[in-house]
Design a protein around this ligand. Structure first.
Ligand code: B1M
Length: 212
């Protein structure tokens, strides 16, 4: 069996072609392609999507279909990666803060982080400060991502940052969401703020580099 061209997999992610992504991944796995190389092809695709989203060349729907294509591929790849001992370098716990049910932006951030090689533990919406702290401990996470879409739930973000700090957990905290600003992030003691999902990946990477 001939080895499939993995640039085609990158292309399938970039263009959100889920069936192609699935077929190429299946072929690559059947042809014994190293799983790390398949993962790299996916990451290159998602990085490009992030770059174009940031540059306003594409918008939320295109990012969602790209992420869906990547997810389809990842579902096939994950068991093989696990068996070959390839692990994500960093683990991030992410969620929307207590009282807030908005999750579209948070899901985008989670998908982009996953596509960039982070292991993502998504706690969903309406997540209490205690639940964030518990998850950081349980999963031994290095990074926490907090999302808030309502001005009325911004205080819950502050409470969560304070709870994580008061427990003395060695985590970096990044925040985002429509009403959040860089000044607010600084005021509540978060380590960083990003305005969109692509910048969130850059921020996560830079926070982990600083922490390393
Ligand atoms: Co709501 N809602 N909503 N809503 N809703 C807003 C946010 C609002 C601005 C609408 C308005 O009045 N113009 C307003 C907030 C006003 C304010 O506080 N300033 C509002 C309100 C008032 C409410 C309710 C209170 C309405 C009511 O019941 N009276 C209620 C609250 C419910 C609750 O949460 N307890 C409510 C409910 C809902 C729905 C359930 C109907 C639905 C949510 C569905 C869902 O998420 N599953 C909903 C929606 C869809 C919206 C709007 C229309 C769209 C939000 C969205 O998904 N945007 C919104 C108005 C608007 O923005 N046009 C609105 C797209 C998404 C990709 O962007 O989430 O900003 P965003 O995420 C971006 C960045 O912010 C950033 O990256 C993302 C991708 O680039 N980002 C991060 C987000 N999180 C990040 C985390 C990071 C880094 C970056 O690091 C961790």
């Amino acid at each position: 069996m001939s080895t499939p061209d993995l640039t085609q997999l990158t292309e399938a992610v970039k263009t959100g072609k889920r069936k192609d992504a699935k077929a190429i991944t299946e072929e690559a796995l059947a042809a014994q392609c190293p799983p790390g190389e398949i993962l790299e092809a996916l990451k290159v695709g998602m990085d490009d999507v992030g770059r174009r989203f940031k540059a306003n060349e594409i918008f939320v729907p295109e990012v969602l279909v790209a992420a869906r294509a990547m997810k389809t591929s990842m579902e096939l790849l994950e068991p093989v990666l696990a068996a070959s001992g390839i692990k994500a370098q960093y683990r991030v716990v992410i969620g929307t803060v207590e009282g807030d049910l908005h999750d579209i932006g948070k899901n985008l951030v989670a998908m982009m982080l996953k596509g960039s090689g982070f292991e993502v533990i998504d706690l969903g919406t309406n997540v209490s400060a205690a639940a964030f702290a518990e998850a950081v401990k349980t999963h031994n996470a290095q990074l926490v991502g907090l999302s808030a879409l309502l001005t009325t739930t911004m205080p819950a973000m502050r409470v969560t940052v304070e709870a994580l700090r008061s427990e003395g957990l060695a985590v970096k905290i990044m925040v985002g969401g429509a009403p959040i600003t860089s000044d607010y992030a600084t005021e509540i003691g978060a380590d960083g703020y990003s305005a969109d999902a692509a910048s969130a990946v850059e921020l996560a990477r830079s926070l982990m580099e600083v922490a390393a």
